[in-house]
Design a protein around this ligand. Structure first.
Ligand code: PMP
Ligand code: GLU
Length: 401
């Protein structure tokens, strides 16, 4: 007889989210009175802009507190279509859109709908920690394609071609990238698209959640804009969490074909139904309210990015990429790890030990590179208050020097 402790096989195939695990541990240690700076979690430290909060309050007052259609209110889906036209020059109709409880659920809906047992999911890496585990949960096989730090964490079309085959069902692309900050140009996306065009079974998941957090350009180009001929094989994923400092509201969305949208909606109808009705009204106000409210946040991220880059560049054995987008510094610390191990500061020469050392020795929570498919690295988020970031940089420098 199976007891409660005998869990289904699929549970054994995944780990708890490493980003969330690090933040949870940091919060626990802080609650115990320890002096901890949490650079583990990737969420803006700003409050949600007031006009968005006001829209939520108005929705509550107007009684918008009931179930909505599973794929989201028509009003929000129309606002998503307007956003995709205005900002990305993409044509979608409300029937193509599914609003979910965060972009995270939108991505899980997609993988559940298209990946069968044994199907391969090519994941451009370093990658967000959840892609490989979501794939494994659904019985797929994750095939990471690792971009090197030397190539500024961008893969070449040849690398992509070598990883793809008739078994490839999905390609996970995230530009700007969590964790590396790499941003692909329109031409680079078109070059990757040329490779993908050769594999008719493959769908592209273009995770654009950091689209507006860019430093060298106004915003990032999305794969679909660069590859119109692959429109019926591209799923656009986006949401309001990062751009509008709305992580807790949990609103994300997918834009795809009406057939795929229907399938994703079917999955969602059997799992969570609609995303929160009040949060949907808030998200509509965010999307329709213009991008002015993003500017001060972006400026603050840009100023911190400069300080982070400068500080990391001064640490021997740590190589930080250019960080063209998102709000993370993902550094290759292989040389520093070797040195710490040789000096008997850490028990094993790996990124997990490095992050444990940073946490225990100087109270800085960072995420190891391995769950991002990039051993030897570590990620810090600079979406934290200025003084926290500065103080954490001092501490990391002293721990690693
Ligand atoms: N994609 C990437 C690359 C992310 O970093 C995140 C942040 N958690 C998400 C998707 C999901 O965002 P959310 O569920 O908050 O919309
Ligand atoms: N995307 C953020 C991060 O990478 C939030 C946590 C998560 O969902 O992974 O830290």
């Amino acid at each position: 007889m199976k007891g409660m402790a005998n869990l289904a096989d699929r549970i054994g195939r995944i780990q708890p989210s490493a980003t969330i695990a690090v933040s949870t541990l940091a919060a626990e240690l802080k609650a115990q009175g320890k002096d901890i700076i949490n650079l583990g979690s990737g969420e803006p430290d700003f409050d949600t802009p007031q006009h968005i909060n006001d829209a939520a309050a108005a929705a509550m007052a107007a009684g918008q507190t009931r179930y909505t259609p599973v794929p989201g209110t028509v009003e929000l889906r129309e606002a998503v279509c307007r956003k995709l036209k205005r900002e990305n020059d993409l044509d979608f109709k409300p029937a193509d859109i599914v609003v979910s409880t965060g972009a995270k659920q939108a991505i899980m809906n997609l993988i559940q709908c298209v990946v069968d047992h044994g199907d391969e999911v090519v994941i451009i890496a370093p990658c967000w920690v959840s892609y490989p585990d979501m794939t494994a949960f659904c019985g797929g096989v994750a095939v990471p394609v690792l971009a090197s730090a030397d190539a500024d964490y961008r893969i070449s079309p040849e690398q992509l071609d070598a990883a793809m085959s008739a078994k490839t069902r999905l390609v996970m692309l995230n530009s700007p990238s969590n964790p590396s900050g790499a941003v692909y140009s329109r031409q680079q996306l078109a070059d990757l698209g040329e490779v993908i065009a050769k594999y008719p079974n493959a769908i592209v998941c273009s995770d654009d959640i950091y689209e507006h957090i860019t430093y060298e350009q106004d915003k990032a180009c999305t794969f679909a804009s660069a590859n119109p001929s692959l429109a019926d094989r591209t799923v656009v994923i986006n949401g309001v969490s990062k751009a509008f400092a709305m992580t807790g509201w949990r609103i994300g969305y997918s834009a795809s074909t009406p057939e795929l949208a229907k399938a994703m909606s079917k999955v969602q109808s059997q799992t969570s139904s609609n995303a929160c009705s009040i949060a949907q009204a808030a998200a509509q106000a965010a999307l329709d309210g213009g991008l002015d409210c993003i500017k001060p946040m972006k400026e603050a991220f840009a100023a911190r990015r400069a300080r982070v880059k400068q500080a990391l560049a001064g640490i021997e054995g740590v190589a930080c990429p250019p960080i063209d987008g998102a709000f993370y510094a993902f550094s290759d610390a292989s040389a520093a790890i070797k040195r710490l191990h040789a000096n008997k500061k850490i028990e094993a020469a790996d990124d997990k030990q490095l992050c444990r050392y940073l946490l225990e020795k100087v109270g800085v929570a960072a995420v190891p590179g391995t769950p991002f498919c990039s051993p030897g690295a570590f990620r810090i988020s600079f979406a934290a208050a200025d003084d926290m970031v500065d103080s954490a940089l001092d501490r990391i420098t002293s721990a690693l020097s």
